[in-house]
Design a protein around this ligand. Structure first.
Ligand SMILES: C[S@@+](CC[C@H](N)C(=O)[O-])C[C@H]1O[C@@H](n2cnc3c(N)ncnc32)[C@H](O)[C@@H]1O
Ligand code: SF4
Length: 397
């Protein structure tokens, strides 16, 4: 659990240029956190990481998914209706130009399933030709047919979701999805050999739930031959009705904002996760020594795992730094800071230039309110993935 930074050494060995760019972005993130957060009066100079939730559509229906799962807020006919509002690719080209000319942030594309955005491969190529780092988070089911172009275009990183070995994964993510992902890994590795390329670095992201936590070792054992660079074990975003109610009142009161996204995380798939048993499984997982780092997000003290799942209001990370260096572009052009909670909109790229939005009045207000909130968090942020990655560790966790 304390090995979360071991990935850096491996990256430096394989690709010093990539590592230098990543280090520069993280330094920028750190400066924004320390200086702009403290003194910036809601403004910031450093944009290091940009997310694109580029489409609301998905070809899978993973059970725990806050968007398309059993309790998803972007379900069925609603997603199809929303898909009519997607940003045309020409606007994204202009946005990439703006970003590449000024901050050259890292790009992180996700969705829905990003490959379902029309023109996705062309947009990805455009980003890499601008010498920006491109990471893509995908369910992996479209990798096989796109492998050659992904490698030729020099994508930097692929974060591929798998939630267990075949049967466990397919019960959560749908029949046949495991084998499709494995075929995608194989095709990428073949293309890397053919073009003599280290890129893209490729790793698994596993979202933990009561459906898979007891079987994670089976997935790690099965993945050893996929030539991976990491395996991220995402402890998952969970919430409950009390936290949602508190967040609703807080956001209305402080930011005049109505919330709807948090409800997608009230899935109940945290119920019954036994911290002791989970720690034992993680020990087994690390003992397998697959040759690449296994990274839990958050990196949490084993003694805190039971509380992480049972007491969802318990703060384990605080003082969220995200709005000072990161931003998310939603499929409809809305801009917001919190990738998973796109309730508070700071602007829309169909109406304004991005840099007017980034330090506009609404953005500054959000930053000021967040900074002044207890623990530097809103009530609903307690298990947010970005906060788990970038927030400050609370003692004991
Ligand atoms: C919403 S998906 C979008 C990208 C792509 N469709 C995929 O599955 O990777 C992004 C990541 O969120 C994870 N995820 C889904 N539901 C979640 C939840 N309730 N809590 C935390 N992460 C979740 C997915 O497993 C995936 O790794
Ligand atoms: S593939 Fe991704 S977006 Fe689609 S349902 Fe699964 S987790 Fe959600």
């Amino acid at each position: 659990m304390n090995t979360n930074y071991s990935i850096i050494g491996k990256m430096i060995r394989h690709n010093p240029e990539f590592s230098l760019k990543a280090a520069r972005a993280f330094t920028r993130m750190h400066t924004a956190t320390v200086i702009d957060r403290k003194f910036g009066k809601g403004k910031t100079k450093k944009l290091a990481l940009v997310y694109f939730r580029i489409t609301p559509l998905c070809n899978l229906r993973c059970l725990m998914c806050n968007q398309r799962g059993t309790n998803g807020v972007l379900n069925g006919a609603f997603a199809a209706k929303e898909a009519k509002k997607i940003v045309p690719v020409e606007r994204y080209y202009r946005l990439v130009d703006e970003l590449a000319a000024k901050d050259k942030p890292m790009f992180y594309m996700w969705g829905g399933e990003p490959f379902l955005y029309p023109g996705f491969m062309d947009l990805a190529e455009y980003i890499t030709t601008k010498k920006c780092m491109l990471s893509v988070n995908t369910n992996g089911t479209f990798l096989e047919q796109n492998a050659e172009r992904i490698v030729k275009n020099g994508w930097h990183a692929l974060f591929v979701s798998l939630d267990g070995f075949r049967d466990v994964n397919d019960k959560i993510r749908g029949d046949g999805s495991y084998d499709k992902v494995v075929a995608g890994f194989k095709a990428i590795n073949e293309a890397k050999k053919k073009y003599n390329s280290h890129l893209p670095y490729m790793g698994i992201v596993t979202t933990v739930s009561n459906m898979n936590y007891e079987y994670l070792d089976q997935l790690v054992a099965a993945s050893r031959d996929f030539d991976l660079a990491w395996h991220i074990i995402n402890l998952g975003t969970y919430t409950n009705k009390d936290i949602i109610a508190e967040q609703r009142v807080f956001m209305k009161d402080k930011l005049d904002c109505d919330i709807k996204c948090l409800e997608g995380f009230d899935t109940g798939f945290n119920a019954g996760i036994d911290g002791q048993k989970f720690s034992e499984i993680l020990k087994k997982v690390h003992a397998l020594k697959p040759g690449y780092p296994i990274i839990t997000v958050p990196a949490i003290n084993p003694d805190g795992i039971t509380e992480y799942y049972a007491d969802l209001a318990k703060v384990v990370r605080k003082e969220c730094p995200v709005p000072w260096s990161q931003v998310n572009f939603d499929y409809n052009g809305n801009v917001h800071f919190c990738a998973d909670y796109p309730d508070y909109i700071i602007g829309n790229i169909m109406d304004n230039d991005f840099y007017d939005i980034w330090n506009g009045e609404r953005a500054a207000k959000f930053r000021q309110v967040l900074k002044a909130s207890p623990n530097g968090l809103f009530p609903g942020c307690v298990r947010c993935y970005q906060n788990m990655l970038f927030g400050k560790k609370v003692k004991g966790y």
